[in-house]
Structure formats: C-alpha cells, structure tokens
Write a protein that binds this ligand. Structure first.
Ligand SMILES: NC(=O)c1ccc[n+]([C@@H]2O[C@H](COP(=O)([O-])OP(=O)(O)OC[C@H]3O[C@@H](n4cnc5c(N)ncnc54)[C@H](O)[C@@H]3O)[C@@H](O)[C@H]2O)c1
Length: 387
C-alpha cells in the first residue's frame, strides 16, 4: 500500500520545540480521544491527561471510549470511572486525571477529536473501525498502541494499515518495553513512536505521551516498530513454556535470541523497508526482554506448561487474566498462517513450534527441540542474509 501523505502539515514546516511553541500552537488546538480502556489504555489515558492539562497545544479534556460492562456491584464501568477517576476493573488504585472522561458511546467519543489513540485488543479493531467510518473528523490523525495483526488472503495486514485503509487517515504506532502496571506507578521506561513520512506529526505524538518517567523516541519505520511489538508476544509464549518446565536462565536467553532472530527475519521478509536499527530501540530488544520476564503471555504459557498442556490457553486466560486478553497465541496462529501459506515453516522453527504447542499438536517440551529444527535457508532465496 502506498504511504499516506499528510497534506495538512508539510515536511517543510518549521520544527516544533518540546514545549509545544511551534506553528501548530498558534493555529490549532488538538483534541484527543482514546479508543479503548483496558489496562494499557487506562495507563495511556493517565500519561496523556497529565500532558494535555499542561501543554497549550492540546485541549485539556481527554475522552476515553469504554466498552461498557456491568460490574459485580451492578454499577456500569463508565459511571464507576467517572465517579472515582479510576478504572476500577482494569487499573484499580490509579487516578487517571480529572480531565479524563469515560464515554460508552463510541461515535460520540470520537466526534470532536483530531488525535485518535487506538488501544484495544487487536481482534476488536476491525469492528470498531467499521463503526467509525464517516464519524470522524476530516483532519484526524491516529496512533495505534495495539499489538497483533490481521491475516488477509494477500498476507499480513498490520493494525496501523487496517486503520489507515478503513478510515483513510494517517496512523503512527507506539510500542516499547511497557508493562502497563509498572508505568502506572511511574517507574522509568522508554517507548518508540514509529512513523511513515511526517516527522512533525510524530513529534506531536511524542509530546503527547512523554513524561519525566516515560521517554519516547521517534523512528521512521512503522512496520518495523509494529512488527517488533507484535511478534515478541509469540516469543514470550516460548519463554513462559521454558519457565513452566523450570529450564533456567540459559534456556530462556537462548529462546529470546532465537526469537529475536526470527522476529527480524520475518519482519524483513514481509517489509524490505524494515531497519535493523529498529530492533535496538525500546520497541525491539527492550520490549522482548520485559515481555519474556514479566508479561501476561509468559505467565499463561508458564501455567500451560506446568499443567502439562492439559488445560487450554483459553481456559487459563480466563482464569488468570480476569478479562484481559492474551495476544501471543492468536499472533502465533496468524504468523503460522502466513508461514504455511508461503511454505516457510522450516525457516521459523520457534514461531512454528509455539503455534503447534498452543493448539495441542506438540507437547510443551518441543519448544527446545531445536537440533531437528534448524532454519532451512534454501526455502527463501537470499533469506540467509537476514540471519
Ligand atoms: N497491558 C499491557 O501491559 C500492554 C502494554 C503494551 C501494549 N498492550 C497492548 O494494548 C492493547 C490493549 O490492551 P489493554 O491492556 O489495554 O487491554 P486489556 O487486555 O487489559 O483489556 C481488554 C479490553 O478489551 C475490552 N473489550 C472486551 N470485549 C470487547 C469488545 N467486544 N469490543 C471492544 N472492546 C472489548 C475490555 O473492555 C477491555 O477494555 C493490546 O493490543 C495489548 O497487546 C498492552
């Protein structure tokens, strides 16, 4: 797909300084809506709200679309958030900022916004975008914090591309070593914004998210940043499996190295524009490490291995994550569909094995049987250069 050019803000515009005192401030105020309100969505709301209230380029109010749920108390989640200023289900104990307004009506929540932050589990994005067609501002820009991809007949479709194609708007991405609960309590971390063409738009997103404890850097490589964030969840499943079999740190480090190699090869075979340097940004190696040490995919995969593969990932997800969604298993399936369609399974032994374990075709211990699963470079001409 051709990159979407932002005709409203040309590349030749003067640079914007970090206090937001550039050209945009004189002409326009930006209004932000967050589409999604889970664990990460709520932390994103907190980060953003702390900035919109300070920076003159943005309207103070941040709208957050909430997929409405009824709590065990009988109260609506939206009402509870607006009353307590906390997402009592997905981020209890953390104040979001008084300028965050929870809104259960999707079309209403986005109506006035020209900065849309997409942060829902990836399986819901297509349905949400269908509802948004014709209901967003003509000058809207988007950013996706979503990990995952859709697999279409012609190959993988990244979530940012899906948003761009369905809504006709430019879409950046933000990914990084960002376990939401740690950022919620303001522990230092970093993130990467991936952008396509327009650095000025990327800088605006950087300003919207950056705080003294959350350092954000722009990189001109949307696909590289997004694929890093997406594929590391598959590696985290493998890391959880080795934890569940008490295999120790050397094994886990080996899994992470093999996983990073497959992430890079897959990304570069899919998009030749992907840069090697992206894998050294927060979205690459740092996110891989944190997800393999502490994320939800690792946790559920560990439980899967401890149960000898006898309890399904779906069952363990429901039990251990209480409404939060696991991404690694569905991403492994999506990646496998791409690999099997192209006959590349032997080139990606770790990705393939994670999928086969997750559907019960192989036992958890298969994750370390690599002597029989060396990548077969001859499958794709020139692929050895990516290893
Ligand atoms: N949590 C993290 O630490 C973290 C960090 C970085 C990125 N992410 C990514 O952010 C994205 C969102 O994750 P999260 O942690 O905010 O969510 P979550 O898994 O905590 O919560 C699930 C969300 O989905 C909503 N939902 C349930 N059914 C729905 C439906 N039918 N339609 C629309 N929404 C529905 C729920 O209301 C809830 O807001 C994911 O792609 C995830 O990989 C998460």
């Amino acid at each position: 797909m051709a990159p979407v050019q932002d005709a409203r803000h040309g590349e030749g515009s003067p640079p914007i300084t970090n206090n937001g005192s550039g050209e945009e401030q004189l002409h326009k105020k930006y209004r932000v809506t967050i589409v999604g309100s889970g664990n990460w969505g709520s932390v994103a709301a907190k980060l953003i709200a702390s900035n919109t209230i300070k920076l003159p380029a943005f309207h103070d109010e941040v709208r957050m679309w909430v997929y409405e749920e009824t709590l065990p108390t009988g109260q609506k989640l939206t009402e509870a958030i607006n009353r307590s200023n906390e997402n009592v289900k997905y981020l209890p104990g953390i104040k979001l900022g008084k300028n965050v307004v929870a809104d259960p009506d999707l079309e209403h929540a986005v109506r006035d916004a020209n900065m849309l932050v997409f942060v829902t589990p990836h399986q819901f994005v297509e349905g949400i975008c269908k509802r948004l067609v014709g209901n967003i501002r003509g000058d809207a820009e988007a950013i996706s914090l979503i990990k995952g991809m859709e697999v279409k007949m012609e190959g993988p479709c990244m979530i940012s591309t899906l948003i761009t194609e369905m809504l006709g708007i430019n879409c950046c991405v933000l990914m990084g070593a960002n376990i939401a609960n740690e950022i919620a309590v303001e522990k230092f971390s970093e993130a990467t914004v991936g952008y396509r063409e327009n650095r000025e738009v990327a800088q605006r997103w950087v300003r919207l998210f950056s705080t003294h404890y959350f350092i954000v850097s722009p990189v001109q490589d949307v696909e590289g940043v997004e694929l890093c964030g997406t594929l590391k969840n598959v590696v985290a499943i493998a890391a959880g499996l080795v934890d569940g079999m008490d295999m120790g740190n050397n094994t886990k480090a080996a899994i992470m190295r093999i996983g990073l190699r497959e992430m890079r090869t897959f990304s570069k075979l899919m998009f030749s524009s992907v840069k090697d340097s992206t894998f050294f940004e927060s979205c690459g190696i740092a996110d891989l490490i944190t997800t393999c040490l502490g994320g939800r995919n690792r946790k559920v995969a560990e439980a899967y291995a401890r149960n000898g593969g006898k309890r399904s990932f779906d069952e363990l997800e429901a039990e251990l994550l209480q409404g939060q969604k696991l991404q690694g298993v569905s991403t492994a399936k999506e990646v496998y569909e791409v690999l099997s369609h192209r006959g590349w399974e032997e080139l990606f032994p770790l990705f393939t094995t994670v999928h086969e374990i997750s559907i019960g075709r192989l036992p958890p211990c298969a994750i370390v049987e690599y002597s029989e699963h060396k990548p077969n470079f001859s499958l794709v001409e020139g692929s050895a250069q990516y290893y």
